[in-house]
Design a protein around this ligand. Structure first.
Ligand code: SAH
Length: 395
């Protein structure tokens, strides 16, 4: 018998809508002594069974639901979830020519706290919750059973694990150590990924659809690609026939891979520059010395990790977008993104409107972007939407 969690009256509503989180304030009492990440059964205040989830004694999110059915949370359960997720990815892999994609997008794929990215025959797991950690062996066994050709590597080096009472961890979970460079392909572009040393699990797969959508704005243009990481939008700009692409990042290892990526694709390196600089400073230098661009791409890291950081994040987004508008030629295009989940579409649009006023430029929104399709948004879990962007026609 699993330990039992009984909810405060009324707190079952979100579960009935299949939202997978139970906050500590929604819990009336706990029977039994669930350990970190142990599976518990959840009941409403009248004792009616609602769901089965993982207990997180140190987190405000006290339970994350594994299932709304009375099923065992074992290897078979994880195999089922992995197979459910695979169908969509197989379709996308064929459609977009992918050898790298997000296989499991946590809550949005019914596996709270678990992210799995596949790069060729390497699965890279990020386990963010106590439940994910407690189920690690079941998850690995399920992956090995379904994908015997794959090695599995853990990249759980993320600070949010502290909230769950977990230490950061990386290392091989099954099979081989990942090579320093593994080349994946998306939309006909080759990208070298450093699974062990790169950001997150090695690459920003979530911007794939936006990168492909950017190509139509690029032909013959002078492009400034801010926060380029390992090339990303800059590679697509070269594919799309840009006359010049300036790629900017503060990470020299990322810039080195960006250049190598341009080379392995056979792009004309004389059209590309890789600049190690702080975007905030460099944009002002460009503005002040009169450098102008046809297209500016602005894909910064997450500025807001928590609600308390949201105001500061708004100022940051407004600032870089204002200067980006100022260095665009009349009629230029700004492709701008925010991956801060706490900032919704409407707020980001408002910030861009404020930036336009301060930049004294007229801006028209001509296209909207979202996270790529292998980062789906489950209708029961709106928090899964985090990445948004706009193509702006800047007059
Ligand atoms: N556009 C990329 C992903 C960008 S991730 C892609 O499509 O793959 C954000 C990047 O911003 C990281 O590479 C990080 O090194 C860089 N970065 C963070 N702060 C920066 C700053 N102030 N100036 C320049 N680059 C910065």
């Amino acid at each position: 018998m699993n330990p039992s969690v009984y909810l405060v009256k009324g707190r079952e509503k979100s579960l009935r809508r299949r939202h997978p989180w139970i906050f500590s304030r929604g819990i009336q009492r706990v029977e039994g002594k669930p350990a970190l990440g142990q599976t518990v059964d959840v009941y409403d205040h009248q004792g009616q069974w609602l769901a089965r989830g993982a207990f997180s004694p140190n987190s405000q999110i006290r339970v994350r639901v594994w299932s709304f059915e009375q099923e065992e949370i074992d290897v078979e359960f994880f195999k089922k979830r992995l197979q459910e997720a695979q169908g969509l990815r197989d379709t996308l892999a064929v459609r977009d020519g992918l050898t790298g994609y997000r296989l499991i997008a946590a809550e949005s794929d019914g596996l709270p706290g678990i992210t799995i990215d596949r790069y060729q025959d390497f699965m890279v797991c990020q386990l963010l919750s106590a439940g994910a950690e407690a189920q690690k062996q079941n998850l690995v066994d399920a992956l090995v059973a379904l994908h015997p050709e794959c090695s599995i590597y853990e990249r759980s080096d993320v600070s949010v694990r502290k909230k769950e009472g977990l230490k950061e961890r990386t290392g091989v979970l099954h099979g081989d150590m990942p090579p320093a460079s593994l080349v994946i392909e998306e939309n006909g572009v080759k990208i070298s990924v450093d699974i062990v040393g790169g950001h997150k699990t090695g690459f920003y797969l979530d911007q794939r659809d936006s990168r492909e959508a950017s190509v139509k704005y690029i032909n013959g243009k002078r492009v400034l690609n801010c926060f380029c990481y390992t090339g990303g939008f800059g590679l697509y700009a070269l594919k799309g026939g840009a006359s010049e692409v300036i790629n900017v990042d503060v990470s020299q290892p990322a810039l080195d891979i960006a250049k190598a990526n341009a080379e392995i694709n056979g792009y004309d390196l004389s059209k590309a520059q890789f600049v190690n600089a702080d975007v905030f400073k460099l944009l002002r230098e460009y503005r002040d010395r009169g450098e102008r661009f046809d297209v500016v791409i602005m894909d910064p890291p997450k500025f807001a990790e928590s609600k308390s950081q949201l105001n500061g994040a708004c100022r940051g987004y407004k600032d870089i977008n204002m200067v980006a508008m100022q260095i665009l030629k009349p009629g230029g295009t700004l492709l701008t993104y925010s991956c801060s989940g706490l900032m919704d579409n409407a707020l980001f649009q408002k910030i861009l409107a404020d930036a336009a006023l301060d930049a004294q430029r007229q801006v028209q929104f001509i296209e909207r972007f979202e996270q790529a399709a292998d980062h789906p948004l489950d209708s029961a879990y709106p928090e899964g939407f985090y990445l948004k962007g706009f193509a702006c026609h800047v007059k």
